[in-house]
Design a protein around this ligand. Sequence first.
Ligand code: ADP
Ligand code: ASP
Ligand code: MG
Length: 464
Amino acid sequence: MLTMKFGGTSVGDIERLGEVVSIVKLYLSRKPVVVASAMGGVTDMLLGMAQLAEQRQTQQVTRKIDTLREKHFQVITALVRSEDRRKALLLSQSQIFDELTSLCHGVSLLRELSVRSLDAIASFGEILSCMQIAAILNDSGISAQFVDARSLVRTDAHFGAAAVDFAATNKSIRKVLKPLVDANIVPVVTGFIGSTRDGLTTTLGRSGSDYTGSIVGAALGSEEIWIWTDVDGVMTADPRHVKGAIVLPEISYREAAEMSYFGAKVIHPKTMMPAIENNIPIRIKNTFNPSSPGTLISRTANSTERVVKNVTSIDNLGLVAIEGSGMVGVPGISARIFTALARVHVNVMMISQASSEHNVCVVIPQKDCAKAVKELRTEFEIDIARKIVDDIKLQGGVSIIAVVGEGMRGVPGIAGKTFSSIAEAGVNIVAIAQGSSELNISLVVNQEQVHKAVQAIHDAFRLA
Ligand code: ADP
Ligand code: ASP
Ligand code: MG
């Protein structure tokens, strides 16, 4: 059994969907289970529509729903040739569009868009997409069945980035999907979405279909999990920004997790977790170039010839510094910083502390900076008054760069080479951190200089 996840671009137009059919056909004897995303751009469109509904831009909402209907209708007309099947699908889709219209209407009436409503609206993309993929496969002579992942993936109620209840989810996946696979029917499962115990729709976070792919693949004990996307595999850097980035044939789970956490958009950071637990290899493959071997992500995949594997970056961050000469040797400062940030649900991306203990820096998403600074000022109010802490300072508009590779462990000079390459490019380093795993060196630079710095590191390690 193979689990194959197809991303937004791979299911984004008539031609690509034709390719999906060929791929599924080619691997039919390996009993594929399909997990798919919304058509490319549809999730953004749905989220935009939800905002417009909140602002009562009713005409624009209607126009967007029409565009969305037309987009799916064109695909169905082109690729579902059987009239009965086409009619049935158009009917089910029009019911879904009615539901979407009512939801948007509700948001307009209340002028309130909760994260819960956003998830409900965002879920339509995957539902529409997977319904049409199942019909297209059936039309091509492949027995397939649409499966709404809300009946499989049980989550908590953390809308927007819900946590999966694996015990319940694995049980449902096996119960629903195994009989289909045994009967040689290809399940076409919606990525990205799940539901709470009370049946409320949730999502697993943007780009979460990769995660669904690995949840499904792991629960079913697939031979491998294949992530079909629009590039030949995981590359040494983001090909959109770095000249000379090349495909890595093999990386380890840990490297993949580290790279994706620090911005390599090609795979969602949580994808590796279910695969690691069940030791299932993940392969990243290109629907535009299916014969290319792609990148294999596994426990053992760790060719040692390349010490540094990848340079990534993540933008739109802020650096909050808690400073004060009175902080030296005072226990519990860091614990208080993290507790305060956790209280306001701020995710800390990176921590750095100078050995003098004068200064603790945390890097957090830009959007959370105001509330983080406010909370920290409240937490340290008395310490500020007593001059133990001088101030809580904020520097916005920064990026983290991460240099990742398991082979870095114990090899001297990697940090030195990283920093000197950046200095030669004339980029100032704002802060530095290295985890004790030595899998990754991360540093903070001003966002305007991030591409220059990433290119300089990429060139220095001759990653191309
Ligand atoms: P999908 O819709 O298939 O999920 P995504 O757009 O989420 O695809 O991810 C694929 C994109 O990730 C690529 O088109 C590429 O531009 C980008 N990307 C960023 N960093 C990397 C990297 N290190 N290796 C490969 N692709 C990367
Ligand atoms: N459609 C969702 C998104 O755009 C999930 C995914 O594509 O993985 O974020
Ligand atoms: Mg993706």
